[in-house]
Design a protein around this ligand. Structure first.
Ligand SMILES: Cc1cc2nc3c(=O)[nH]c(=O)nc-3n(C[C@H](O)[C@H](O)[C@H](O)COP(=O)(O)O)c2cc1C
Length: 195
């Protein structure tokens, strides 16, 4: 079967979200100009650059314009990416509910906030890794708005570090597949890279 995008009817969402898997999940906290703390998952997410340290996530526009997260980032220039691990998976899913902008997903999902160090939005207290970011750039790509953020401060819980370094073997991260399917990162294997 081949899909010619030029003649394909409807959205490519199903194909793209099922073919590009598993995707890491940026659980993004922001604060509105009025001081309401927002939290939402975004799995169109990756590292864009290491030097400078830039991460990027891609909110698809809502029918009535920008989703709360990109709107808050545009307004305040700050956000935090929290790591989703297995014990936080259900709470993460709850924060994907479409809530009014004046209602905080932290409270909706019963999540504790922890203060950030260099940005105003709080981080998820139970997240083992959190990246405090300032806005690097916003790029319009058709019906999506790419958010690029520069990482300014990294929180690492002691449970995921070995000798002071982040140890991926201790990171019980959850990845998004498509629809309601997710993957754990528990089934690991190692391969040495060729020289
Ligand atoms: C695991 C997961 C990943 C998601 N990834 C994206 C994404 O990459 N882009 C997007 O626009 N929406 C994504 N969503 C949907 C948003 O989380 C949802 O629209 C949310 O209400 C947006 O919240 P906000 O308006 O507070 O930013 C995802 C939902 C889930 C559960």
């Amino acid at each position: 079967m081949g899909v010619d995008v030029a003649t394909h009817e409807g959205s490519l969402y199903r194909i793209l979200s099922s073919a590009v898997v598993p995707r890491p999940i940026a659980w993004v906290s922001t604060t509105t100009g009025e001081g309401v703390d927002n939290l939402a998952p975004y799995s169109f997410f990756t590292v864009a650059s290491v030097d400078p340290p830039i991460v990027l996530f891609a909110p698809v526009d809502a029918p009535d314009g920008l989703k709360d997260t990109p709107r808050n980032v545009r307004e305040t220039g700050e956000f935090v990416v929290n790591l989703v691990t297995m014990e936080l998976a259900e709470a993460m899913n709850e924060t994907s509910a479409t809530l009014p902008a004046d209602e905080s997903e932290f409270d909706h999902a019963g999540l504790e906030r922890a203060p950030s160090v260099v940005v105003s939005p709080p981080r998820v207290a139970d997240a083992q890794v959190a990246l405090e970011c300032t806005l690097h750039d916003l790029l319009d790509v058709g019906g999506s708005t790419l958010v690029l953020g520069e990482v300014r401060y990294v929180h690492l819980d002691g449970s995921v570090t070995t000798d002071g370094k982040l140890d991926v073997r201790d990171v019980d991260a959850v990845g998004r597949l498509a629809g309601s399917f997710y993957a754990t990162t528990r089934d690991r294997f190692a391969m040495e890279r060729p020289p």
